[in-house]
Design a protein around this ligand. Structure first.
Ligand SMILES: Cc1cc2nc3c(=O)[nH]c(=O)nc-3n(C[C@H](O)[C@H](O)[C@H](O)COP(=O)(O)OP(=O)(O)OC[C@H]3O[C@@H](n4cnc5c(N)ncnc54)[C@H](O)[C@@H]3O)c2cc1C
Length: 372
């Protein structure tokens, strides 16, 4: 098969699966490599809100298929725990299971012809005369080459590093500690967010009930820095109401990683034949951590536009320029940039001015206007 008609996608997360569908639906042959034996093994976000465009791509009823439950209430607590504000949202959070979501997306991709090679770790990019022309990957001790007209790097926040590519991610990645617990008997009709003023900046402790005694707990260092989020024990020591929610729970899954909520990086295509999408470029909303939808949708758009470039003579200078320009102007990309600028920028400016827990309580009425 002519490799100019073939794309390789590294990483079976939302960005890679979105890109694969965009490519395959425009007539490009797609092979996807995923380092884990089962797509969806390292769990990431497990809440999403319905989105008409995502449903249009994935078929009506997709969100109903994955929903464990819907929650339309949120509660925000000040650092001291003395103040809180309740919000009701019209487009509820859907709580789902990550392996289930990725399994459904992978099934759709396979049905449409995407070949998914699991247990296959991309090791390095293969380049010729300055263009990316494929990857080398390993399955156990066996190595294999995958020639391609385009390589999509959708390996998440550490994907580029795993292929030996240097990427400056300072100010972009924020450390996250996630736990799935059972035996949870706190309120299960709302999501909770507990603010904590650490010396380095704001930490958020979130509690997302999943029903049947299960909950997802997240501690996130929103001040930047891909390491150094405080421990659950330390957080509980400062926040009795959070500690009460954790009483008697058993941890069934634990993960320390990062989430790139500190803004997007460009370009989408750093060289001919190579395209990045998803956490690899920070396609996450700075408010609410809505990275599944944005990574999937931007990945899908990048896949569709790449297919067009591949069919129109490959990654010539003109095609690359047109691809980059069109992608930057695309409504999904523009709305993510605007969202990050307006909401996340405004909110972090407000939080940066708060000097102490008492100060937070004194400005809580004003602050809570920005909490939706
Ligand atoms: C703890 C946590 C909670 C979050 N909560 C939410 C939430 O509630 N809602 C929301 O919308 N977003 C949430 N997010 C963000 C969201 O999960 C991410 O933005 C989204 O998963 C990014 O998709 P991706 O495809 O770019 O990367 P990933 O989902 O990280 O997928 C990357 C894939 O690439 C594979 N890979 C990496 N390197 C290689 C390699 N060399 N070879 C082969 N395979 C490779 C990995 O195994 C992985 O399967 C959360 C993130 C975290 C970490």
């Amino acid at each position: 098969m002519d490799s100019s008609e073939h794309a390789v996608v590294v990483g079976a997360g939302p960005a890679g699966l979105g890109a694969s569908l965009g490519l395959v639906r425009h007539g490009i042959h797609v092979t996807m490599v995923e380092q884990h034996d089962l797509p969806g093994t390292p769990r990431r976000g497990e809440t999403i809100r319905t989105d008409p465009h995502m449903e249009e791509i994935l078929g009506r009823g997709f969100f109903d298929k994955i929903a464990l439950r819907r929650v339309n209430r949120r509660r925000y607590y000040s650092h001291s725990g003395l103040c809180h504000v309740d919000r009701t949202i019209s487009n509820p959070n859907i709580i789902f299971s990550w392996p289930d979501l990725i399994g459904h997306l992978a099934e759709i991709a396979r049905r449409e012809g995407v070949v998914i090679r699991t247990g296959m770790r991309a090791l390095r990019l293969v380049t010729r005369a300055g263009s990316t022309v494929g990857i080398e990957a390993a399955h156990g001790s066996a190595q294999e080459s995958f020639p391609a007209g385009t390589v999509f790097l959708c390996g998440g926040c550490r994907g580029a590093e795993s292929l030996g590519m240097a990427q400056d991610r300072s100010g972009m990645d924020m450390a996250v500690h996630k736990r799935l617990v059972s035996g949870y008997d706190g309120p299960d009709d709302r999501l909770e967010y507990h603010f904590h003023l650490a010396p380095a900046g704001l930490v958020v402790g979130a509690m997302f009930p999943r029903g049947q005694g299960e909950a997802e707990l997240i501690l996130m260092n929103t001040s930047g820095g891909s390491t150094g989020v405080i421990s659950f024990d330390e957080f509980c020591g400062h926040h009795p109401s959070f500690a009460r929610l954790m009483e008697g729970v058993q941890t069934s899954y634990d993960l320390e990683t990062c989430i790139p909520m500190g803004g997007m990086r460009f370009p989408f295509s750093p060289g001919p034949g190579l395209v990045l999408a998803g956490d690899a470029l920070g396609h996450v909303q700075g408010r609410g951590g809505s990275g599944i939808r944005t990574s999937f949708l931007i990945g899908h758009t990048a896949g569709s536009l790449s297919a067009r470039a591949m069919r129109a003579g490959g990654w010539t200078k003109e095609n690359r320029r047109a691809f980059e320009k069109e992608l930057r102007r695309h409504p999904h990309v523009r709305s993510l940039r605007l969202h990050n600028l307006v909401y996340a920028g405004l909110r972090s400016r407000i939080f940066r001015r708060i000097r102490s827990p008492e100060h937070m309580d004194s400005v809580w009425n004003l602050l809570s206007v920005a909490l939706r």
